[in-house]
Write a protein that binds this ligand. Structure first.
Ligand SMILES: Nc1ncnc2c1ncn2[C@@H]1O[C@H](COP(=O)(O)OP(=O)(O)OP(=O)(O)O)[C@@H](O)[C@H]1O
Ligand SMILES: [Mg+2]
Length: 292
Protein backbone atom coordinates (compact mmCIF):
# COMPACT_ATOMS: atom_id res chain seq x y z
CA UNK A 1 0.00 0.00 0.00
CA UNK A 2 1.32 3.42 -0.86
CA UNK A 3 2.27 5.91 1.77
CA UNK A 4 -0.52 8.48 1.41
CA UNK A 5 0.73 11.25 3.63
CA UNK A 6 -0.06 14.55 1.88
CA UNK A 7 3.45 15.29 0.66
CA UNK A 8 4.63 11.75 -0.01
CA UNK A 9 6.04 11.26 -3.49
CA UNK A 10 6.29 14.97 -4.24
CA UNK A 11 9.57 16.60 -5.20
CA UNK A 12 11.25 17.97 -2.07
CA UNK A 13 10.47 21.57 -3.05
CA UNK A 14 6.74 20.86 -3.15
CA UNK A 15 6.51 18.99 0.13
CA UNK A 16 4.68 20.99 2.73
CA UNK A 17 6.77 21.29 5.83
CA UNK A 18 4.39 23.28 8.02
CA UNK A 19 4.08 22.17 11.64
CA UNK A 20 1.52 19.46 12.36
CA UNK A 21 -1.92 20.88 13.06
CA UNK A 22 -4.25 19.60 15.79
CA UNK A 23 -6.03 17.63 13.06
CA UNK A 24 -2.80 15.97 11.94
CA UNK A 25 -1.94 15.10 15.50
CA UNK A 26 -5.34 13.52 16.08
CA UNK A 27 -5.47 11.56 12.83
CA UNK A 28 -5.12 7.81 13.24
CA UNK A 29 -2.36 6.49 11.01
CA UNK A 30 -4.58 3.81 9.48
CA UNK A 31 -7.00 6.44 8.17
CA UNK A 32 -4.39 7.47 5.67
CA UNK A 33 -4.52 4.03 4.06
CA UNK A 34 -7.98 4.63 2.66
CA UNK A 35 -7.25 6.80 -0.35
CA UNK A 36 -9.03 5.74 -3.49
CA UNK A 37 -9.74 7.79 -6.60
CA UNK A 38 -13.19 9.28 -7.13
CA UNK A 39 -15.12 7.17 -9.64
CA UNK A 40 -15.54 8.93 -12.96
CA UNK A 41 -19.29 8.89 -12.56
CA UNK A 42 -20.14 8.84 -8.86
CA UNK A 43 -22.65 6.12 -8.16
CA UNK A 44 -26.13 7.29 -7.30
CA UNK A 45 -27.90 5.36 -4.61
CA UNK A 46 -30.65 3.39 -6.31
CA UNK A 47 -32.50 0.16 -5.67
CA UNK A 48 -32.01 0.30 -1.93
CA UNK A 49 -34.81 2.59 -0.83
CA UNK A 50 -36.86 -0.48 -0.05
CA UNK A 51 -34.28 -1.73 2.41
CA UNK A 52 -35.06 -1.03 6.01
CA UNK A 53 -32.17 0.39 7.97
CA UNK A 54 -32.04 -2.79 10.05
CA UNK A 55 -32.17 -5.11 7.00
CA UNK A 56 -30.01 -8.20 7.45
CA UNK A 57 -28.45 -7.61 4.01
CA UNK A 58 -26.50 -4.81 5.64
CA UNK A 59 -24.64 -7.25 7.85
CA UNK A 60 -25.38 -5.23 10.95
CA UNK A 61 -28.20 -2.77 11.67
CA UNK A 62 -27.30 0.82 11.11
CA UNK A 63 -26.43 2.63 14.31
CA UNK A 64 -29.24 4.94 15.38
CA UNK A 65 -28.94 8.52 14.21
CA UNK A 66 -28.16 11.07 16.87
CA UNK A 67 -26.02 14.01 17.81
CA UNK A 68 -26.47 17.69 17.24
CA UNK A 69 -26.66 18.98 13.69
CA UNK A 70 -26.85 17.08 10.45
CA UNK A 71 -23.17 17.19 9.42
CA UNK A 72 -20.05 17.25 11.55
CA UNK A 73 -16.82 17.08 9.63
CA UNK A 74 -13.57 16.81 11.55
CA UNK A 75 -10.03 16.96 10.24
CA UNK A 76 -11.09 15.63 6.85
CA UNK A 77 -8.30 15.07 4.36
CA UNK A 78 -8.06 13.66 0.87
CA UNK A 79 -4.97 12.89 -1.14
CA UNK A 80 -5.19 11.36 -4.59
CA UNK A 81 -2.44 9.13 -5.88
CA UNK A 82 -1.50 9.38 -9.53
CA UNK A 83 1.04 6.66 -10.03
CA UNK A 84 3.61 7.39 -7.33
CA UNK A 85 2.71 11.05 -7.09
CA UNK A 86 0.51 12.23 -4.25
CA UNK A 87 -1.94 15.04 -4.91
CA UNK A 88 -3.09 16.49 -1.62
CA UNK A 89 -6.45 18.17 -2.17
CA UNK A 90 -8.12 18.52 1.24
CA UNK A 91 -6.22 18.99 4.51
CA UNK A 92 -7.87 19.37 7.86
CA UNK A 93 -11.35 20.38 6.75
CA UNK A 94 -13.67 20.81 9.70
CA UNK A 95 -17.26 21.93 9.48
CA UNK A 96 -20.50 21.73 11.45
CA UNK A 97 -23.85 22.19 9.74
CA UNK A 98 -27.07 22.40 11.71
CA UNK A 99 -30.16 20.83 10.17
CA UNK A 100 -31.98 23.23 7.89
CA UNK A 101 -28.98 25.43 7.13
CA UNK A 102 -28.24 26.45 3.54
CA UNK A 103 -24.52 26.88 2.96
CA UNK A 104 -22.42 27.55 -0.07
CA UNK A 105 -18.85 26.49 -0.80
CA UNK A 106 -16.81 28.57 -3.17
CA UNK A 107 -13.22 28.22 -4.29
CA UNK A 108 -10.99 28.28 -7.34
CA UNK A 109 -11.22 25.54 -9.94
CA UNK A 110 -9.28 22.56 -8.64
CA UNK A 111 -9.49 23.67 -5.01
CA UNK A 112 -11.36 20.48 -4.07
CA UNK A 113 -15.01 21.53 -3.96
CA UNK A 114 -16.30 18.45 -5.78
CA UNK A 115 -13.97 16.22 -3.80
CA UNK A 116 -15.39 17.61 -0.57
CA UNK A 117 -18.99 17.29 -1.75
CA UNK A 118 -18.44 13.66 -2.74
CA UNK A 119 -17.02 12.94 0.70
CA UNK A 120 -19.99 14.65 2.38
CA UNK A 121 -22.30 12.55 0.22
CA UNK A 122 -20.71 9.20 1.05
CA UNK A 123 -19.52 8.84 -2.53
CA UNK A 124 -15.81 8.46 -1.86
CA UNK A 125 -13.31 7.47 0.82
CA UNK A 126 -11.36 10.09 2.78
CA UNK A 127 -7.66 9.79 3.45
CA UNK A 128 -8.23 10.87 7.04
CA UNK A 129 -10.73 12.47 9.38
CA UNK A 130 -14.43 11.83 9.90
CA UNK A 131 -17.76 12.80 8.39
CA UNK A 132 -20.68 12.36 10.73
CA UNK A 133 -24.08 12.51 9.07
CA UNK A 134 -26.95 12.67 11.55
CA UNK A 135 -24.46 11.50 14.15
CA UNK A 136 -23.33 8.43 12.20
CA UNK A 137 -19.68 8.17 11.23
CA UNK A 138 -20.20 7.60 7.49
CA UNK A 139 -16.84 6.02 6.81
CA UNK A 140 -17.02 3.70 9.80
CA UNK A 141 -20.14 2.10 8.25
CA UNK A 142 -19.96 -0.81 5.85
CA UNK A 143 -20.30 0.01 2.15
CA UNK A 144 -23.83 -1.44 2.17
CA UNK A 145 -24.84 0.64 5.17
CA UNK A 146 -23.38 3.74 3.58
CA UNK A 147 -25.35 3.07 0.40
CA UNK A 148 -28.56 2.88 2.40
CA UNK A 149 -27.81 6.13 4.21
CA UNK A 150 -27.01 7.82 0.91
CA UNK A 151 -30.08 6.52 -0.88
CA UNK A 152 -32.49 7.27 1.94
CA UNK A 153 -31.21 10.56 3.25
CA UNK A 154 -28.99 12.33 0.72
CA UNK A 155 -29.86 13.86 -2.65
CA UNK A 156 -27.04 14.76 -5.02
CA UNK A 157 -27.34 17.21 -7.92
CA UNK A 158 -24.44 16.93 -10.37
CA UNK A 159 -23.11 19.71 -12.55
CA UNK A 160 -23.60 17.63 -15.69
CA UNK A 161 -27.03 16.25 -14.69
CA UNK A 162 -26.06 12.58 -15.10
CA UNK A 163 -29.51 11.58 -16.35
CA UNK A 164 -29.75 8.11 -17.87
CA UNK A 165 -30.09 8.79 -21.62
CA UNK A 166 -32.19 5.71 -22.43
CA UNK A 167 -34.79 6.43 -19.75
CA UNK A 168 -37.47 9.08 -20.09
CA UNK A 169 -37.71 11.95 -17.65
CA UNK A 170 -40.26 10.30 -15.37
CA UNK A 171 -38.23 7.09 -15.24
CA UNK A 172 -35.11 9.06 -14.37
CA UNK A 173 -36.88 10.75 -11.49
CA UNK A 174 -38.18 7.37 -10.32
CA UNK A 175 -34.71 5.79 -10.22
CA UNK A 176 -34.03 6.42 -6.53
CA UNK A 177 -37.38 4.83 -5.69
CA UNK A 178 -36.67 1.49 -7.37
CA UNK A 179 -37.14 -1.33 -4.96
CA UNK A 180 -34.79 -4.29 -4.75
CA UNK A 181 -36.85 -6.33 -7.25
CA UNK A 182 -36.89 -3.61 -9.90
CA UNK A 183 -40.40 -2.30 -9.21
CA UNK A 184 -41.07 1.15 -7.85
CA UNK A 185 -42.22 1.76 -4.33
CA UNK A 186 -45.85 2.54 -3.59
CA UNK A 187 -46.68 6.18 -4.17
CA UNK A 188 -43.43 6.83 -5.99
CA UNK A 189 -44.99 7.50 -9.38
CA UNK A 190 -47.36 10.12 -7.99
CA UNK A 191 -44.52 11.76 -6.08
CA UNK A 192 -42.29 11.81 -9.18
CA UNK A 193 -45.08 13.43 -11.16
CA UNK A 194 -45.68 16.04 -8.50
CA UNK A 195 -41.95 16.81 -8.33
CA UNK A 196 -41.85 17.19 -12.10
CA UNK A 197 -44.79 19.58 -11.85
CA UNK A 198 -42.97 21.49 -9.09
CA UNK A 199 -39.95 22.04 -11.34
CA UNK A 200 -42.14 22.98 -14.32
CA UNK A 201 -41.69 19.76 -16.28
CA UNK A 202 -45.11 18.16 -15.98
CA UNK A 203 -45.46 18.13 -19.75
CA UNK A 204 -42.06 16.57 -20.35
CA UNK A 205 -42.37 13.35 -18.36
CA UNK A 206 -42.25 11.12 -21.42
CA UNK A 207 -39.37 12.91 -23.13
CA UNK A 208 -35.87 11.53 -23.28
CA UNK A 209 -33.15 13.70 -21.70
CA UNK A 210 -31.67 14.49 -25.14
CA UNK A 211 -34.97 16.14 -26.04
CA UNK A 212 -34.63 18.62 -23.16
CA UNK A 213 -32.63 21.82 -22.84
CA UNK A 214 -29.79 21.98 -20.32
CA UNK A 215 -31.94 23.84 -17.81
CA UNK A 216 -34.75 21.33 -18.20
CA UNK A 217 -32.34 18.43 -17.72
CA UNK A 218 -31.00 20.02 -14.56
CA UNK A 219 -34.56 20.54 -13.26
CA UNK A 220 -35.24 16.84 -13.93
CA UNK A 221 -32.02 15.97 -12.07
CA UNK A 222 -33.17 18.16 -9.19
CA UNK A 223 -36.50 16.31 -9.07
CA UNK A 224 -34.58 13.02 -9.02
CA UNK A 225 -32.37 14.22 -6.16
CA UNK A 226 -35.48 15.06 -4.14
CA UNK A 227 -37.35 11.86 -4.94
CA UNK A 228 -36.58 10.16 -1.66
CA UNK A 229 -37.25 13.26 0.43
CA UNK A 230 -33.59 13.59 1.46
CA UNK A 231 -32.63 15.39 4.63
CA UNK A 232 -29.49 16.69 2.95
CA UNK A 233 -29.17 18.00 -0.59
CA UNK A 234 -25.69 18.36 -2.07
CA UNK A 235 -25.55 20.39 -5.27
CA UNK A 236 -22.31 20.59 -7.25
CA UNK A 237 -22.40 23.70 -9.40
CA UNK A 238 -25.96 22.97 -10.50
CA UNK A 239 -26.08 26.10 -12.63
CA UNK A 240 -22.51 25.90 -13.93
CA UNK A 241 -23.61 24.86 -17.42
CA UNK A 242 -26.60 27.13 -17.72
CA UNK A 243 -27.06 30.69 -18.90
CA UNK A 244 -27.88 33.18 -16.18
CA UNK A 245 -31.64 33.26 -16.78
CA UNK A 246 -31.99 29.47 -16.89
CA UNK A 247 -29.57 29.13 -13.98
CA UNK A 248 -31.69 31.56 -11.99
CA UNK A 249 -34.76 29.42 -12.59
CA UNK A 250 -32.97 26.27 -11.47
CA UNK A 251 -31.75 28.06 -8.34
CA UNK A 252 -35.26 29.28 -7.58
CA UNK A 253 -36.49 25.68 -7.72
CA UNK A 254 -33.55 24.44 -5.71
CA UNK A 255 -34.13 26.95 -2.92
CA UNK A 256 -37.89 26.48 -2.95
CA UNK A 257 -37.59 22.71 -2.69
CA UNK A 258 -34.88 22.72 -0.03
CA UNK A 259 -35.09 25.86 2.09
CA UNK A 260 -38.86 25.88 1.71
CA UNK A 261 -38.98 22.33 3.10
CA UNK A 262 -36.45 22.89 5.92
CA UNK A 263 -33.92 20.67 4.19
CA UNK A 264 -30.20 21.18 4.60
CA UNK A 265 -28.45 22.31 1.43
CA UNK A 266 -24.76 22.45 0.60
CA UNK A 267 -24.31 24.30 -2.67
CA UNK A 268 -21.00 24.44 -4.52
CA UNK A 269 -20.71 27.38 -6.86
CA UNK A 270 -18.18 29.59 -8.61
CA UNK A 271 -20.59 32.48 -8.47
CA UNK A 272 -20.24 34.69 -5.41
CA UNK A 273 -23.62 36.33 -6.05
CA UNK A 274 -25.23 32.89 -5.93
CA UNK A 275 -23.19 31.95 -2.86
CA UNK A 276 -24.47 35.00 -1.03
CA UNK A 277 -28.05 33.80 -1.40
CA UNK A 278 -27.14 31.14 1.19
CA UNK A 279 -27.09 31.47 4.99
CA UNK A 280 -23.32 31.05 5.12
CA UNK A 281 -20.49 31.21 2.59
CA UNK A 282 -17.37 29.08 3.05
CA UNK A 283 -14.28 29.14 0.88
CA UNK A 284 -11.98 26.24 0.08
CA UNK A 285 -8.42 27.45 -0.22
CA UNK A 286 -5.16 25.55 0.08
CA UNK A 287 -7.10 22.47 1.11
CA UNK A 288 -8.78 24.16 4.03
CA UNK A 289 -12.25 25.56 4.52
CA UNK A 290 -12.24 29.17 5.56
CA UNK A 291 -15.04 30.99 7.23
CA UNK A 292 -16.26 27.72 8.77
N1 LIG B 1 -9.73 10.85 -9.32
C1 LIG B 1 -8.76 11.75 -9.21
N2 LIG B 1 -7.47 11.40 -9.30
C2 LIG B 1 -6.47 12.30 -9.19
N3 LIG B 1 -6.68 13.62 -8.99
C3 LIG B 1 -7.95 14.04 -8.90
C4 LIG B 1 -9.05 13.14 -9.01
N4 LIG B 1 -10.20 13.85 -8.88
C5 LIG B 1 -9.82 15.12 -8.70
N5 LIG B 1 -8.48 15.23 -8.71
C6 LIG B 1 -7.70 16.46 -8.51
O1 LIG B 1 -8.09 17.02 -7.28
C7 LIG B 1 -8.13 18.43 -7.38
C8 LIG B 1 -9.49 18.91 -6.93
O2 LIG B 1 -10.47 18.47 -7.85
P1 LIG B 1 -11.99 18.85 -7.68
O3 LIG B 1 -12.71 18.26 -8.83
O4 LIG B 1 -12.45 18.49 -6.34
O5 LIG B 1 -11.90 20.45 -7.79
P2 LIG B 1 -13.07 21.52 -7.88
O6 LIG B 1 -12.80 22.57 -6.87
O7 LIG B 1 -14.39 20.84 -7.85
O8 LIG B 1 -12.80 22.13 -9.34
P3 LIG B 1 -13.86 22.73 -10.40
O9 LIG B 1 -14.28 24.07 -9.85
O10 LIG B 1 -13.06 22.87 -11.64
O11 LIG B 1 -15.02 21.77 -10.54
C9 LIG B 1 -7.78 18.78 -8.81
O12 LIG B 1 -6.42 19.15 -8.86
C10 LIG B 1 -8.01 17.50 -9.56
O13 LIG B 1 -7.15 17.38 -10.65
MG1 LIG C 1 -15.94 20.60 -9.23
Amino acid sequence: MNNLTPSAGLPAGLRHSSPRTPCENSRPAENNQNCRPVPTLPEVGITVRGLAENNSALGAPLPAPGGAGILQVECLSKTYMLGRAAIPVLRDVSLAVPAGEVISIIGASGSGKSTLLHLLGALDQPSGGTVRFQGRDLYALSAAQRTVVRARHIGFVFQFYHLMPELDVLENVLLPALSGNGGVLAGARARAQSLLAAVGLAGRAKHLPMELSGGEQQRAALARALMNQPDLVLADEPTGNLDSVTGGQVLDFLFALTRGQRRTLVLVTHNIAVARLCDRVLELKDGRLQGA
